[in-house]
Design a protein around this ligand. Structure first.
Ligand SMILES: NC(=O)c1ccc[n+]([C@@H]2O[C@H](COP(=O)([O-])OP(=O)(O)OC[C@H]3O[C@@H](n4cnc5c(N)ncnc54)[C@H](OP(=O)(O)O)[C@@H]3O)[C@@H](O)[C@H]2O)c1
Length: 254
């Protein structure tokens, strides 16, 4: 026996922004692997209830927390409700983000950049800050930050997003360096375009162009990102920290 497994039995997870899309797929993957999972959302109660019902079919202990995790109070609510339900949080997935705005640099103002930095970095900061002491006391922890492959291969008009994602990568690496001695890994998973409920809003020719330039020949499903998150959270991924892994079918290599 190597002890290497994808099982998360006995682990307790909080996934920010997880009533739909990539976050929900991650929540399901962690629950499937045996973890207790707290999902989180901002506003859409109906969508969150549907997600919770589906998750409870996998693990009846699952909970849902309505909280704006870009605020210290919201981050506190998500973690304290998960701790109350499960007795602690060993796994944190920083997936929530605000609305992404596309605008060419010369037309954009600092406000747009600040908004992206706030909506992407604040949740990761507040939530990580809140869980890290508990992880240290258990000498085990996993933090996975969800990024975007546009950080590596820029797309025109996304300066605000990639500025924030660059910050998230620096945050990931620094926290990985500081938390490593307590058995805590911190990694980033960066999907390309993902087929979520929002995908139909993207122009068909853009989607086709992404497919055509992807070696694996299709767009990403939310589960593709979730599988890599599961690996980082499991014992199989225990010796990887400070990494950023693109999940885009090989579209961007390096
Ligand atoms: N979709 C893509 O093509 C793509 C590509 C690359 C990277 N990503 C990354 O993957 C992650 C998820 O993207 P997605 O497209 O799956 O998201 P999504 O479908 O837009 O879902 C967003 C989720 O986050 C919640 N949420 C938003 N702001 C929140 C806040 N401040 N506090 C708590 N919850 C909040 C939403 O709740 P409500 O529904 O209640 O508002 C919803 O559950 C993001 O980090 C994104 O940057 C996505």
């Amino acid at each position: 026996m190597t002890g290497l497994s994808l099982s998360l039995s006995g682990r307790r997870a909080a996934v920010s922004g997880s009533s739909r899309g990539v976050g929900f797929a991650i929540a399901k993957a962690l629950a499937d692997a045996g973890a207790d999972v707290a999902i989180n959302y901002l506003a859409n109660d109906k969508r969150a209830q549907t997600a919770l019902d589906a998750l409870k079919e996998i693990n009846p202990s699952s909970i849902s927390v309505k909280a704006d995790v870009s605020t210290p109070e919201g981050a506190e609510r998500l973690v304290s409700e998960a701790e109350e339900a499960f007795g602690g949080v060993d796994i944190l997935i920083n997936n929530a983000h605000g609305r992404i705005i596309r605008n060419m640099f010369q037309r954009s103002g600092w406000e747009e950049h600040q908004t992206h930095i706030d909506s992407i970095l604040r949740p990761a900061f507040y939530l990580s800050r809140r869980v890290i002491d508990g992880m240290k006391s258990g000498n085990w922890g996993r933090i996975v930050n969800i990024g975007n492959n546009m950080l590596i291969q820029p797309v025109k008009g996304y300066s605000a997003l990639t500025s924030a994602m660059g910050g998230l990568l620096g945050f990931t690496r620094n926290l990985a360096a500081e938390a490593g001695p307590w058995g805590i890994t911190v990694n980033m998973v960066s999907p390309g375009f993902v087929l979520t409920e929002e995908a139909p809003n993207t122009n068909e020719s853009v989607r086709q162009a992404i497919c055509d330039s992807t070696p694996l020949g299709r767009l990403a499903m939310p589960e593709d990102a979730a599988g890599v998150v599961l690996f980082f959270c499991s014992e199989a991924g225990r010796f990887v920290t400070g990494a950023n892994l693109s999940v885009d079918g090989g579209r961007i290599m390096g």
